[in-house]
Design a protein around this ligand. Sequence first.
Ligand code: FES
Ligand SMILES: [Fe+2]
Length: 446
Amino acid sequence: MLAADEPQLARDCPIQDGDVRLDTDRYTSPRVMSQEFERLWMRVWQPACLVDDLRQAGSWREYRVGTKSFVVVRGQDGVIRAFRNSCLHRGLLLCEGQGRSNSLRCPYHGWAWRLDGTLSHVQDREFFNPLDDSAYALPEVGCATWAGFVLINPSPEDSLSLKEYLAPLPEHLNSYELEEYVPLGINVQAPVACNWKTWQDAFVETYHLPFLHSQGLLFSNELGTRFSLLGEHSLMVTPFAEASGRVRTVTQRQVLEAYLGQLPVTSRKLMGAESLDVDELLARHGSGWSDGDEPTARDVIASMLRGVTEATGFDTSPFGDAQVTDVWQYLMFPNLLLACHPGHAFITWVTPDPVDPNRCTVRVVNLRWTRPEERDAVREPLRVLAEDELSGAELARLGRAVEQDVVNVRRQQLGLRLGGLTHQTLSRHETRIVHLHKTIDAYLAR
Ligand code: FES
Ligand SMILES: [Fe+2]
């Protein structure tokens, strides 16, 4: 395995014989799924929602993972807390979906709790033998906010402290000020017909880029991807705005044209590159580099991207050009993927289905830094879709590469379910998959 925090090219990532096989039943077996519920999901910090989902006192949101359900709620004191989501009278699921209210009231017989979890109302209390209210406070679980996420932990006493768990992500991510970003353009949740790990695996390697996403060969260099293992988490940096190391001859002009050509027209407009007139762009962004140096496509694109982000009011000066052009994609163990750019992030997070190992639920959010006074006007509300709605135009909205990935993970799950295949075989390119599964195994072995 890699030394922690040392970015390495795939070819330099050692991979042990014992790590290259992943048994197929990890992805398909109800037995493995229930072990994961008990030993992993019940003992790990995990994002339950965005802080932005709970902006006002009384805003609450249900978080389901497997057969468990929690409600996260912002109290009158502004504090966000998480509770187990069963009514303490006769066990009804207390809160379903999301909402905003002054108290959490059970729809069955009307018992209610204050937003801090203390019992506030028992209908016809005199019909009960004496009740000790303190024994009827909603059971609280671990809850904290970090980087714009509400993180919960069902058994904090039985797991790493939040600080230990996060390390070293804060050092990497604090400068992005993610807690100041709001959902913009994409904020959607939908079931997907694959195991949650089939989803994670598909986004933590770039081995598939030249095949599944061959449209990117001229502007993303998957062979230059560098990997770092960061505690339970990991990072992959893929150079963008340069051609794949597999492409033998390519001009900077071709790279620039290919990069701009794949962007949605709206993004090109923002970048002042609507016309795709490369000569004009070179003239506009080429000045200021040392004499005789033809600007590279990376230089031009870094300059354009900085211009777009600075125009929103976000200061990009603390970030190097590589952070501006390249994709810095973090896996926050176990289920969050976070691709960071200054002023912009693209996240997916995945949770297992309660009963079927061949299904999961995915939330995809595009986040952008926005001036505080503009946030309410631009914020994209969360849309919860049924599975068959994540197709056609809805799927295309996620971008061509993610569309290809979603189609692909469904197809991989179908292949894994056929039976007869005992294991997958991994390469150095798939170092982060090895790390993810070894980390899961360490939880399952505890
Ligand atoms: S089950 Fe909730 S009030 Fe009776
Ligand atoms: Fe992909």
